[in-house]
Write a protein that binds this ligand. Structure first.
Ligand code: PEP
Length: 251
């Protein structure tokens, strides 16, 4: 019922030529992947070229962040969601843990970005997830619930239908340490119940919740076998076309 999503976050990697080559290598490798939506998120400077080169393919393009506002203005260094749309993006990652940890992203700023993206007809991939210390202190669920409520505050059911949630336990990102399928399922089930509490059953049933944190070709199938895991947000293993395509083609 929920179409899976496999999204690759290229973070701050690749100059333009290499980024285009990776995207072009990926295109035929995932051309038959009708079972899921395929998304890549290159750096801002590669978005336009890659979106143009992928036009007509089943690989969609995402930004890695956007401004809290959509109006043009004196905001040096910022990029609006409308500008992402203008160069061919249909998605934007919001509040990735690296933005939260290194660049002061808060639930409040994330909420404004989610709303700005929706207003520009760009679908947000909203990231949440606890730190290791928070999990060890037994606070993983309350942290995730706070992020969920804060980042998605004030959204209508119609807004919610255009959102993807990515649960990324921070201790699993880039560490090689994946959550077990049981840990992922436990938290995804919790997130879906919280979405239901806040936004109703039908929104919760259709919400796609991705897992992120050291996803690789070797562990994708067992994660995808969990009933509430609807896809993956992949960092390191998305940088090579071959390994990312194996994740996309997990079936
Ligand atoms: C990410 O960047 O969102 C991520 C999950 O990274 P990795 O797959 O490298 O852990």
């Amino acid at each position: 019922m929920r179409k899976p999503v496999i999204a690759g976050n290229w973070k701050m990697y690749k100059l333009l030529d290499e980024a285009v080559q990776t995207a072009l290598a990926l295109k035929p490798l995932v051309a038959n992947a009708n079972h899921c939506d395929v998304i890549i998120a290159p750096v801002f400077t590669a978005l336009k070229t890659i979106a143009d080169r992928l036009e007509g393919s089943n690989v969609m393009v995402s930004g890695q962040d956007c401004s809290t506002q959509n109006e043009f203005g004196a905001h040096t260094g910022e990029v609006t969601a409308g500008m992402l749309k203008d160069v061919g993006c249909s998605y934007v990652i919001i509040a990735h843990s690296e933005r939260r940890q290194l660049y002061g992203e808060t639930d409040e700023s994330a909420n404004r970005k989610v709303k700005a993206a929706l207003a520009a007809d760009v679908r947000p991939i909203y990231c949440i997830g606890e730190l290791l210390a928070e999990r060890e202190a037994g606070r993983a669920e309350s942290v995730v619930e706070t992020q969920l409520n804060g980042g998605l505050q004030g959204l209508t059911p119609a807004n919610m239908e255009r959102i993807i949630i990515a649960y990324e336990p921070v201790w699993a990102i880039g560490t090689g340490k994946t959550a077990t399928p049981e840990q992922a399922q436990e938290m995804h089930g919790y997130i879906r119940r919280k979405v239901e509490d806040g936004h109703g059953r039908s929104v919760a049933d259709s919400m796609r919740i991705l897992y992120g944190g050291s996803v690789k070709p070797e562990n994708i199938a067992e994660l995808m076998a969990q009933p509430d895991v609807d896809g993956a947000l992949v960092g390191g293993a998305s940088l090579e076309a071959e390994s990312f395509s194996r994740i996309v083609n997990y079936k």
